[in-house]
Design a protein around this ligand. Structure first.
Ligand code: ATP
Ligand code: MG
Length: 388
């Protein structure tokens, strides 16, 4: 940075100072020596270019210009030496003072411009520090977000673990109870069958035994469901093409969807890797989710079913089942995977619990996104099959 302004400005100022010196000197030499008061005035006038030079050119100007002025003025003093009435002594004193004034002004100016330079340096440094601080603030807020994301992840994992524990404990209990009930039901059913044979021809008895048999069958069916939940079969893992799994599941549903005025929107990503899964268990999970979706849209709607590579972890294939139904209220979201949690008059509340168990056994995870009026989307992520 140029401390004294630009080049042309400096030249102009130097010329101005030179011209002032010339004019004052000219006046000295052309004014009769006896006009003391005029000469005193001219001597004083030298201070103007000297001080200006000191201000404008620092110590260099403050020293050089009074020397030049002294050299210009000295011959005039010498010419009139020996004539004390012309004020020789005050003239010499003035020359000294003039030089002194020039030096002091120049020096002060140097100090001032050094201070200005220091200030500019300081300001520059401050700007750098501020920028660094801003950069750090951005980094801290990024770290905060990352931390928050990890905490959420941890919370979700803990929630999944909690659910898995709960499911396992409940599973054992249900298995025990189901087993205990299954035998007496078997006894009831065979006894009724014996009764049927004993009382052939009696219409009333036939009617009663039919009802008892039907109810026994229904109970057995439920118990099988419970046992399926309580003692899920080990998944027989194989490489499963995600597109094929989705397509065959939809085929199994046949006319079920159009009859309920549900249209299907397929979103199958091309070039998906195979998933490591038990084919029939995967279809069971998808069926449970689809049936829930359809039940959430009693007046029809759109079912989205798709498969894509997991957005956060490419080690997983994600199956998506979405609906345009009423959605699940926030407080209920935490309970939908709980066994026997249902909001349906004839539901068992086992659909999602079973789906969760199956997905757990696959080393995968299941997520739900829902809100009142925005429908519900379930995402089931299963590990990608490792290529041989
Ligand atoms: N797609 C969905 N939209 C709205 N609510 C849903 C959806 N899926 C599940 N739910 C809620 O979660 C509850 C539990 O579902 P889950 O499949 O476990 O049991 P269910 O459907 O009630 O009974 P089941 O599947 O045994 O016949 C449902 O009762 C319902 O309240
Ligand atoms: Mg269900």
């Amino acid at each position: 940075m140029n401390k004294n302004g630009t080049g042309p400005g400096r030249v102009r100022d130097a010329l101005l100072i030179g011209a002032a010196l010339a004019v004052i000197t000219y006046l000295h030499y052309t004014t009769p020596p006896e006009r003391i008061e005029y000469h005193a005035l001219y001597r004083a006038a030298y201070y103007l270019p000297v001080i200006y030079a000191g201000l404008r050119f620092g110590l260099t100007g403050g020293v050089a210009v009074p020397i030049v002025a002294s050299l210009l003025y000295a011959p005039w003093v010498i010419l009139f030496i020996g004539r004390p009435e012309q004020g020789v002594l005050p003239a010499i004193a003035d020359i000294l003072l003039l030089n002194g004034a020039g030096w002091v002004t120049g020096m002060l100016q140097e100090v001032e411009s050094r201070r200005r330079r220091e200030y500019l340096l300081y300001a520059e440094k401050q700007r750098e520090v501020r920028e660094e601080l801003e950069r750090r603030a951005v980094r801290i807020s990024e770290m905060n977000r990352e931390l928050e994301r990890r905490l959420n992840e941890k919370k979700e994992l803990e929630e999944q673990l909690r659910r898995a524990d709960k499911l396992a404990a409940l599973g054992q209990l249900v298995a025990g109870v189901a087993h205990e009930i299954k035998n007496p039901i078997g006894v009831v059913k065979t006894t009724v069958q014996v009764m049927e044979r004993e009382f052939t021809g009696n219409e009333h008895v036939a009617e009663f035994t039919r009802v008892i048999k039907d109810e026994c069958d229904r109970m057995n069916q439920r118990l099988s469901q419970f046992l399926g939940f309580a003692r899920p079969a080990e998944p027989a893992l194989a490489d499963v093409d995600p597109r094929e799994a989705v397509e065959t599941t939809l085929e199994m549903l046949g006319k079920y969807l159009p009859e309920r005025r549900v249209t299907v929107e397929k979103e199958l990503e091309a070039g998906l890797p195979a998933a490591r899964a038990d084919d029939s268990q995967l279809r069971q999970v998808l069926l449970n989710l689809i049936i829930n979706a359809v039940e959430a849209m009693p007046d029809g709607g759109e079912l989205t079913i798709g498969a894509n590579l997991n957005r956060d972890d490419p080690g997983y294939v994600t199956f998506v089942v979405g609906d345009t139904g009423a959605g699940i209220p926030e407080p209920d979201l935490a309970r939908i995977f709980d066994p026997f949690y249902t909001t349906k008059p004839t539901g068992t509340g086992l659909g999602l619990a079973v789906a969760h168990r199956i997905v757990d056994a696959h080393g995968g995870f299941i997520e739900v996104e829902s809100g009142p009026g925005q429908g519900t989307t379930f995402r089931v992520s299963l590990p990608v099959a490792r290529r041989a």
